[in-house]
Design a protein around this ligand. Sequence first.
Ligand SMILES: C[S@@+](CC[C@H](N)C(=O)[O-])C[C@H]1O[C@@H](n2cnc3c(N)ncnc32)[C@H](O)[C@@H]1O
Length: 270
Amino acid sequence: MESGKKMIFNTNKWYNKAKRLEQLETHTRQTRTATFGFTAYAESDKIHRVNRHFNTIATRYDLMNTILSGGIHYAWKRRAVETLMIKPGKKILDVCGGTGDIACLSASRVGEKGVSIVYDINRKMMEQGKKKAMKGVTFVQGDAESISFPDNTFDAVSIGFGIRNVTHLETGFKEIFRVLKKGGTMCCLEFSKPDNPLFRSLYDWYSFRIMPVLGGLITGSKEAYTAFPETIRAFPLPEELCLILKKIGFKEINIKKLTNGIAVIHSAKK
Ligand SMILES: C[S@@+](CC[C@H](N)C(=O)[O-])C[C@H]1O[C@@H](n2cnc3c(N)ncnc32)[C@H](O)[C@@H]1O
């Protein structure tokens, strides 16, 4: 972890490159450990740890997103879905789809003849989603590391704020690539490191001093909202993710930074 000076805004916990590399699949498989936030777990335990995290917060997940982001996450999700260039009648999959916000946006674009599927490992998250989802959204439970659909099935695949949680990041993207049709589009919306150092200091202070307190008050789990900002600081930077996508075979990869880089959309084609 990079060290910072002792002052009120001393909350700089962004991983350096070497530590970010340790989040990737090769390191995870070699060491048989996987991290969730700054805590290391046995490789096979991370999925359960992540599931517990979302079980704890599922009923308040949407509310927390709106409070913590001031509602801006809806705009980020709209921007992500725009990059998919969805046409009526198409088949769209939203991996790690949670409560279904992104799949609802896709459903409104594919219309009645299209297909929009939320694919998530956590039943509780999807149950919350079912309560609010529009007609035309289907929920399927499963692991992003072995997507239960045949090769070349979907015209577009999205993943929003999900890949950070998947134990083997590259395997997750390989699965997305596999189920995409040739020429199909992919978008990954994920948190990242703000560009402006001053803004970043404020964001760090907010993430480590305010978020856990709000999370504790609203969801009853301060721990969940301590791990959340940690996972962001351990995640590969946009250019690093770009190289991973390229290696898997994605083409025409574009990076779009949102809100000074707090969130980033990677869009690409198979
Ligand atoms: C932060 S939420 C994002 C939900 C939604 N995409 C959104 O943007 O609001 C992450 C989701 O990823 C799901 N998830 C984590 N690991 C997964 C895995 N291995 N396979 C499928 N879903 C997973 C969690 O259950 C959770 O619903």
